[in-house]
Write a new protein. Sequence first.
Length: 393
Amino acid sequence: MDGGPRFYGGFENSLPATPDYFPLGVWLESISEPGDIGKDKAAGLNTYVDLTANSDTSLLRPGGVHAVTSGPSQWSSGLVLADEPDMWAGPGSAEWTGKWPGHGEICNPAGARCGYSVQRRLLASSADGTLKYANYGKGVSFWESDEEASVFVNEFQDVVSVDNYWFTDPNICGQSEGGGRLGGGRNLTDQECRLAANYGWTVDRVRSLVRPAGSKPVWAFVELGHPAGEAAAPTITGPQVRAAVWSSLIHGARGIIYFNHSFGGDCQTQHILRDPCGDKVRPWVTAVNAQITGLAPVLNAPFLDGALTHGAGVDAAVKVHGGALYVFAGSAQAGALQAEFTLGCLPGAAVTATVLDENRTVTLSNGTFRDTFADGNAVHLYRIDGAAASCAP
């Protein structure tokens, strides 16, 4: 598990370092009254990742939630550095003018690249021992070399994320973005691009850049509505949200952040999880958050790498907790498939696995079981009780 089991405990006034805490955050929300926190907690959120400048952070502690903020606050659990400077300032150490996008020349000289300088200046103003977090975008994921992107990922913050909105971004399928990485330089088809498994790819991309490998947590972004301003862009659905979240977790994300703002479509709001027009997606977010919270000790437990083999078309990971093995599996293709999984450490007699929250079981014979994945959003979570002893690392 990236960062280790008590990673957050290494910082002052930090996020909880207990096994029952798994960060479920929302990006740039506002808190003006206790009822705001109540609505967000009802959807399963436990963390705010940056807050609007007019938010009352004194409500955090009595509200039983946590926050990392870009502004100073005695109730904050960490500092948020600049968002996406890999895109608007670029990979470089030219002088930062102190201006933000839309307020004039960002770098000096004009046209130079100063994204590293942006983060260094913000980092220098922070208190020692404070947890630092930053999010990046298409620069780190698509446009920059590994060497350039690695500076952003490794040199400034303790927790890192990248936001790629595979289900809704009108440009991400093109050859200069997702197609350049996943399509060999061609445009991706909708079936290749609008796929939950690509959220897992984003986590893999960031984790591959972390040095030393596994030394810091990577959080994942999932959008909730219609973040693009273009009316023709897609709007994410509830099943897509759940599938994107679980793909991220299967690939090692140690936190989930929801983009709660919708600039187009039928639900234009900055508070999708609070406003009535978010009614369609809210039950899905609430359900997956409840599932994650219930499984937090499992998600915070070690992976059992190499224990599972499976065919193409699915992604899967194995966790070990409380004497049980947990197999988390999600579709990695658009169409339906029958998938076969084998745990080589469980030979012999038939073993039963419980499929969590589906009121059914599957039988393993000589460590092998099969299951159906109806479409690209299909996710199944399996628990095999008493199996950990046979599959110790």
